[in-house]
Ligand binder design. Structure first.
Ligand SMILES: [Zn+2]
Ligand SMILES: [Zn+2]
Length: 294
């Protein structure tokens, strides 16, 4: 088992720093849970380098009422130096602990070449690609009344369509290696009656781009109460040969390797025997049985 989606800091924490001790503790907890390797994948928007490059991207969204919320969100989060983060994770890796260095990268419409150029300056092992935002709408920040007002104002089909289009464009950009939480758009529990068309398109985007997809326990901690991706989407990935990682999307030590054993049983039930790991953004196979999740 892998835990290839880990954050060092909860969203509520504004100021943050990377430490060798914290990354080493993540490795220890993962190993104890039967996970053979972790990837630390902090949000790109945590870093001052992202702030310098991307600040204000939301202003192209005609929904001006959403701009201030996104600006405040970025102002809250973007305080860490990317060089320090990479140095710390690499140092732990060099000690021989089972960790690789990654990031969780959002989709920025029309800006992914600039994002890739920034990231090319760092020795990342794996880059997760995510869609958390549609324009300036942070659709997964469910404790924000503005977010929920948008959920009430928009048609569910249209939201899923816009999400899927962003996923397709993210995949086509070639900027990332793994789709994080591939059906995150279900997070609030609002789904179309027949989501097949969108599942087909997300699976197709993975196949065409060569991206892997993660199976994540994070959805079990959200209102939707279901792993990402939903069983019909996981089935499509498996049938079409899309490589898989496993992930907790922990934002603190107690969540590291959360329900790794349950993820393993889902994969075994789907006939999956192999996961995908990464070094220097090059993939390799990891036997599902390499370590046994609880
Ligand atoms: Zn995410
Ligand atoms: Zn995440």
């Amino acid at each position: 088992m892998l835990d290839y989606h880990l954050h060092l800091w909860p969203h509520a924490q504004r100021e943050a720093e990377s430490t060798v001790e914290q990354v080493a503790a993540y490795c220890e907890q993962a190993t104890a849970a039967g996970v053979s390797e972790i990837a630390v994948t902090e949000h790109l928007f945590r870093f001052t380098q992202a702030r310098d490059l991307l600040w204000g991207f939301w202003e192209t969204d005609p929904e001006r009422a959403l701009h201030a919320g996104m600006a405040a969100y970025w102002d809250h989060h973007a305080h860490v130096d990317l060089d320090d983060y990479v140095t710390v994770v690499e140092a732990v890796k060099m000690e021989g602990l089972p960790v690789v260095c990654g990031l969780e990268v959002d989709y920025y419409e029309g800006r992914m070449d600039e994002v890739s150029a920034l990231l090319a300056g760092y020795p990342f092992d794996v880059l997760l690609g995510s869609v958390h935002w549609l324009g300036a709408w942070r659709f997964d920040v469910l404790d924000d009344p503005l977010t929920m007002a948008e959920w009430d104002a928009r048609r569910v089909d249209e939201v899923w369509d816009a999400y899927t289009r962003a996923m397709e464009e993210l995949a086509a950009s070639g900027a990332c290696d793994v789709f994080a939480h591939p059906d995150l758009v279900k997070v609030a529990g609002r789904r179309p009656d027949v989501p097949d068309e969108w599942y087909d398109r997300i699976a197709e985007a993975a196949v065409v781009s060569g991206m892997a997809a993660e199976l994540s326990s994070a959805g079990w901690r959200k209102p939707v109460g279901e792993e990402y991706p939903a069983p019909p989407l996981l089935r499509r990935f498996v049938e079409r040969g899309v490589p898989l990682t496993t992930a907790s999307d922990a934002h603190a030590l107690p969540e590291v390797a959360h329900r790794a054993g349950a993820l393993r049983r889902l994969l075994e039930g789907a006939g999956v025997t192999e996961l995908r790991g990464y070094r220097s953004r090059r993939p390799h196979a990891v036997a599902l049985s390499a370590a046994v999740g609880r």
